[in-house]
Design a protein around this ligand. Structure first.
Ligand code: HEM
Length: 138
């Protein structure tokens, strides 16, 4: 994601994201953040058969990003979703039309759509105002 989504590295404050890959993967904060992301994905996967709870979980994740100041919004989640087939293919070692790759792509577009809806619901100044009251991450 750091190499494929424009301007992502500078959005990270606690993780020092401007490091080379070799030092990044040994960085305690980066590893803590990576574990938190993987845990969130694992929890979402565990809720696939419970749409109500899945929506609650995804809403929390969406707000965690969109309510930051300035918001982490669709300008990041759009390119992330549109590169997701490449990530899934490389990580899983599967072809693009494999159902598992397709499922990840769909999931990340659904995430992007929820981010967009939250941005629209907040709108302009309200976003900045609400961002101040939300979420201490890490
Ligand atoms: C699969 C998609 C994603 C998931 C599941 C996810 C999950 C998370 C979680 C769980 C946290 C909180 C970590 C903690 O507990 O402290 C977090 C923080 C954060 N996320 Fe995401 N995220 C995703 C995509 C993105 C994208 C596309 C960006 C683009 C900039 C992003 C930027 C951030 C930033 C900046 C933080 C705060 C960390 C810091 O300030 O160093 N995330 N994310």
């Amino acid at each position: 994601m750091f190499d494929n989504v424009p301007n992502v590295r500078q959005r990270f404050t606690k993780v020092k994201a401007d490091q080379e890959k070799s030092s990044l993967i040994a960085d305690e904060m980066f590893l803590a953040h990576s574990h938190a992301v993987i845990l969130a994905l694992d929890q979402a996967i565990g809720l696939l058969d419970d749409p109500t709870k899945l929506k609650m979980k995804m809403t929390t994740l969406v707000k965690m990003h969109v309510h930051q100041n300035p918001p982490i919004g669709s300008e990041y989640f759009e390119p992330f979703a549109s590169s997701s087939h490449t990530f899934a293919m490389v990580i899983l070692g599967l072809p693009e039309d494999h159902p598992e790759v397709q499922a990840w792509v769909k999931f990340l577009y659904a995430f992007r759509n929820m981010v967009k809806a939250e941005e629209d619901a907040l709108g302009g100044e309200a976003a900045t105002e609400k961002a101040r009251t939300c979420c201490t991450i890490l």
